[in-house]
Design a protein around this ligand. Structure first.
Ligand code: PLP
Ligand code: COI
Length: 359
C-alpha cells in the first residue's frame, strides 16, 4: 500500500515537474523552493485575476517605487496540516486586515479579504504536497507582499502595484519549541518613530534592523529588543516579534504603543489567556518594570512563543527562569493550530487535503 501510494505520488509529481519535497525533520526558517507563487497586478484602477507562476522571480522596472522610495509591505502567516488530515490556514483574516491597513498608509490599492483568501487558496492548492505533515512540527509559511512598480521618477503613486504570495515549508525560527534564548536591548538605533510607520508591516521598518541584529547575533544574542524612540524608556518590541511578560502575580502584560506592529499572534494569545482566566494588560511598559517580571517571551507568526531567558541592556543582565504561563499559552495556541484542540474562536480555515489524503 505504502509503495503504491509513493509510486502514485512520484508519477503525479513527475507529470507536474515538481521539485522534491524536503526532509521535514530538518526544516528551519529558511526558504525551500515550492512549485509556484501567485501574482496579481494592479493597473488602471483594478486588480487582475492573478496567475500562478512557477518562476518565483519578479521582474520590475528599475525605477519602481519599491526600489527607491520603499513603497512595499509584506505579511507572514502559516498553514498547518491538522490531526484530522485537513490543511488549515491560521488567522488569515487578521493578516488581510493588517495588509489593508498598510496599503492605506502607504497609498497603495487595497486588497479585499476575499481576494487575500482566494490568493491563499490557489497558492496552497498548487503546493499542498509541500505542507509539512502533521506531527513533524513544521508548517507552511506564506509570505504575501505588495509593492509599487512601473517607471516613476518623482515621488508619488506608482503606475502599477503587484501582490505576490510565496509559500515555503518551515520549522522553528529560533531553536524551536520552548527553548529559551538570550535577548539584548538595542542601543544607539531606533526601530520606529512615534508617528512613523512602525504600526504597519512596511519593508522599510526592517532594513534599519539588519545591521544591529546582525551585530548582536555575532555577540551571542539571537534576539534584539527595541525601546521607544522618544524617551528610550518604554518597551516597544523585538525585531520580528512583539513582547509579552508575565508578572509575579500571573498577569500577562504587553506594551501598548502606536509605533509597534500589531501582532496577529498576540491578539490570539491575549484571547486564550483570558479564556484561561489570566488577567491581561495592554499598556505602556517601562523597561524598569521588566526586572520585576517572572516570565518574558517573544510572540509572532515565525517565532510562535519563544521564551526569553535573559535581557541585557548596556551590560546589565536580567534573567528569567521557568516559563509556566508562557508554556501553557504555547501549548494552547499550537494545539489549535494543528487541530488538537477545538477552535472556539474560529481562527482556522480549511483549505484542502495533502495529496496522498486526497487520492
Ligand atoms: N513585530 C514585528 C516587527 C514583526 O515583524 C512581527 C512578525 O510578523 C510581529 C511583531 C508579530 O506579528 P504576527 O504575530 O502578526 O506575526
Ligand atoms: C513573521 O513572523 O511572519 C515575520 O514576518 C517575521 C519575519 C520578519 C522574519
Amino acid at each position: 500500500m505504502a509503495l503504491l501510494a509513493a509510486a502514485r505520488r512520484s508519477s503525479r509529481h513527475a507529470r507536474r515537474g515538481m521539485a522534491t519535497v524536503p526532509a521535514w525533520d530538518k526544516l528551519g526558517f529558511d526558504f525551500t523552493e515550492t512549485r509556484s507563487m501567485i501574482k496579481y497586478n494592479w493597473k488602471d484602477g483594478a486588480w487582475d485575476a492573478g496567475t500562478l507562476t512557477t518562476d518565483q522571480n519578479v521582474t520590475i522596472h528599475g525605477l519602481s517605487n519599491v526600489l527607491h522610495y520603499g513603497q512595499g509591505i509584506f505579511e507572514g502567516l502559516k498553514a498547518f496540516h491538522c490531526k484530522d488530515g485537513q490543511v488549515r490556514v491560521f488567522n488569515s483574516g487578521a493578516n488581510a486586515a493588517r495588509l489593508a491597513s498598510g496599503c492605506r498608509r502607504l497609498a497603495m490599492p487595497e486588497v479585499s479579504p476575499e481576494m487575500f483568501d482566494e490568493g491563499l487558496d490557489r497558492l496552497l492548492a498548487d503546493n499542498m504536497d509541500f505542507v509539512p505533515p502533521y506531527g513533524s512540527g513544521g508548517s507552511m509559511y506564506i509570505r504575501p507582499f505588495l509593492f509599487g512598480h512601473g517607471a516613476k521618477l518623482g515621488l508619488g503613486p506608482a503606475p502599477e502595484y503587484a501582490l505576490c504570495m510565496i509559500a515555503s515549508p518551515v520549522g522553528a525560527y529560533y531553536k524551536g519549541g520552548l527553548t529559551a534564548i538570550d535577548g539584548v536591548v538595542v542601543e544607539g538605533y531606533d526601530r520606529a518613530a512615534p508617528a512613523g510607520v512602525g504600526n504597519i508591516k512596511a519593508a522599510g521598518n526592517y532594513a534599519p534592523d539588519v545591521l544591529p541584529s546582525s551585530q548582536q547575533k555575532a555577540l551571542g544574542f539571537p534576539i534584539c529588543l527595541y525601546l521607544d524612540a522618544k524617551e528610550n524608556a518604554y518597551v516597544e518590541e523585538f525585531s520580528t516579534s512583539n513582547f509579552l511578560g508575565v508578572t509575579k502575580d500571573g498577569t500577562l502584560v504587553t506594551p501598548y504603543s502606536p509605533s509597534i506592529l500589531p501582532s496577529c499572534t498576540k491578539r490570539v494569545i491575549m484571547q486564550l489567556a483570558r479564556d484561561m482566566g489570566i488577567k491581561v494588560e495592554e499598556r505602556p511598559v517601562p523597561y524598569s518594570e521588566v526586572a520585576e517580571l517572572a516570565e518574558v517571551a517573544a510572540c509572532g507568526t515565525a517565532v510562535v512563543l519563544t521564551p526569553i531567558k535573559s535581557l541585557t541592556r548596556t551590560g546589565e543582565k536580567l534573567t528569567f527562569d521557568g516559563f509556566p504561563t508562557i508554556s501553557r499559552l504555547y501549548e494552547a495556541v499550537t494545539a489549535i493550530q494543528v487541530g488538537e484542540a477545538p477552535d472556539e474562536h474560529g481562527y482556522t480555515r480549511a483549505v484542502g487535503l495533502r495529496p496522498h489524503e486526497a487520492c
